[in-house]
Ligand binder design. Structure first.
Ligand code: NAP
Ligand code: HSE
Length: 428
């Protein structure tokens, strides 16, 4: 049986896992696809670097064109990360008729349309299951499993690093900086972890998921983004007291043809299934008009979970090769994108205010909410160790984002409010 030959771009966390699975599960893979899968060449930056998994040194190259130009290689698996150089390599590989498997959400969120168009032109497969939620097969689920339904909402914990950090802060009182270092050592974080903690990584994943779920071309610039770097231990403790867990949540919603997509730290009611997704685990909640509520759960990052998704894509490419049907499953959005305005985005909000500890303050604050037509679900006041401040925690009813912005602007000119400590969306 002629082997299917694979060129691997990258042998870091994910690439090492891919080699382990392809070599370790070779017999099972062969039985499923009908021919051996062989890692032919592996691109790295530095061939002399010590590797965690031993590989024939002749397979390592520092020249990407050894893979892209090789007539022997059928499939290019891209797990090196990066955007511009990587895009150039992938487009060149497609031009030469090679199929692509990638774990690169940065690339797919920014240049997915161009890459998929080139794949379409060349009759090639481009699969990117590992780009969102590591080991959870959510992309295939949205494209195939939900093809019969109309999705109205996708909510996801789609970044393992930040969920790991928030969980450790919440359960162990650990410090933000220490846990981030741990997540980096465990191979969860991006090479620049700012994209994890500032929500960009999750935003890229939500752009991919909402494009697939709503059949409209949602771009990164359409996603409102706020990360977790400002989340304090105080927020976590107060949230828990009121029955909430703070999660970095990607939220994509559709009403009629209007959509809104965001990533932000969110107070999630403890009874909601997303509230108990902890550590590096991810979960994606999908609501469909016909099916109702569903949820998909699994490890969101790390060597072996991510590699399972990459190799599953590789298996799909090889099966297509056997059937001669490559390039026939390229996803093309068919709906016009219409984004909600701030007037049309509604949710409940949690606010923590530091205010003057004197009579009449509460009345002034509730008056501002009333002026902007935001009604309140609960208001809790407690003294602070700092004698000039009292703390007020407010949960609103559903309010438009525009109204909440007006309330916050109004608060800035209210002398009894010393500080707006936190404002979070509330879900569940
Ligand atoms: P990583 O550990 O940093 O590994 C990157 C690999 O690519 C290394 O082997 C590196 O070579 C090689 N490389 C990087 N730039 C290169 C260049 N310009 N030329 C040649 N080789 C280059 O990264 P990773 O964590 O495996 O992530 C890889 C991709 O998967 C990224 O797109 C990431 O977003 C995505 N992803 C990661 C995870 C995860 O849990 N880590 C999960 C899902 C998706 P050297 O070894 O010589 O340095
Ligand atoms: N840095 C990413 C995360 C890797 O923490 O989720 C998986 O995409």
């Amino acid at each position: 049986m002629k082997p299917v030959k694979v060129g691997l771009l990258g042998m870091g966390t994910v690439g090492t896992g891919v080699i382990r699975i392809v070599e370790g599960y070779q017999e099972d893979l062969q039985k499923q696809v009908g021919s051996p899968i062989q890692i032919e060449k592996v691109l790295v930056q530095d061939r002399s670097k010590a590797r965690r998994y031993s590989i024939d040194p002749n397979k390592l190259t520092e020249n990407a064109w050894d893979i892209i130009d090789s007539p022997d290689i059928d499939v290019v698996v891209e797990v090196m990360g990066g955007i511009e150089t990587t895009k150039q390599y992938i487009l060149a590989a497609l031009e030469r008729g090679k199929h692509i498997v990638t774990a690169n959400k940065d690339l797919m969120a920014l240049h997915g349309t161009e890459i998929l168009a080139k794949a379409n032109e060349k009759g090639c497969d481009v699969f990117y299951e590992a780009s969102v939620a590591g080991g959870i097969p959510i992309i295939r689920t949205l494209i195939e499993g939900f093809s019969s339904d109309r999705i109205t909402k996708i909510m996801g914990i789609v970044n393992g690093t930040t969920n790991y950090i928030l969980t450790k802060m919440s359960q162990e009182g650990a410090s933000y900086g220490d846990v981030l270092k741990e997540a980096q050592q465990l191979g969860y974080a991006e090479s620049d972890p700012t994209s994890d903690v500032e929500g960009l990584d999750a935003a890229r994943k939500m752009a991919i998921l909402s494009t697939l779920g709503f059949h409209a071309n949602v771009e990164l610039s359409d996603v409102g983004v706020k990360g977790i770097s400002q989340v304090s231990k105080e927020d976590i403790v107060y949230g828990q007291r009121l029955g909430y867990e703070i999660k970095l949540l990607g939220i994509a919603e559709r009403q009629d043809d209007l959509i809104a997509v965001s990533v932000q730290p969110t107070m999630v009611k403890k009874s909601h299934p997303l509230a108990s997704v902890n550590g590096v685990f991810n979960a994606v909640y999908v609501h469909g008009e016909a099916v109702g509520e569903t949820m998909f759960y699994g490890p969101g990052a790390g060597e072996m979970p991510t590699a399972t998704s990459v190799v599953a894509d590789l298996v799909a490419v090889v099966k297509n090769l056997k059937l001669g049907v490559n390039g026939q499953r390229v996803f093309v959005p068919y709906k016009e994108k219409k984004l909600k305005t701030d007037d049309q985005i509604a949710s409940k909000y949690y606010l923590l205010l530091h205010v003057a500890d004197k009579a009449g303050v509460l009345a002034k604050i509730t008056q501002v909410f009333a002026e902007h037509e935001v009604s309140l679900e609960s208001v809790v006041q407690q003294p602070n160790s700092n004698t000039v401040n009292a703390e007020i925690i407010i949960i609103t009813h559903d309010a438009s984002k525009a109204s909440m912005n007006q309330v916050l602007k109004h608060f800035e000119s209210l002398d009894v409010i010393h500080e707006i400590k936190s404002v979070y969306r509330v879900e569940g």
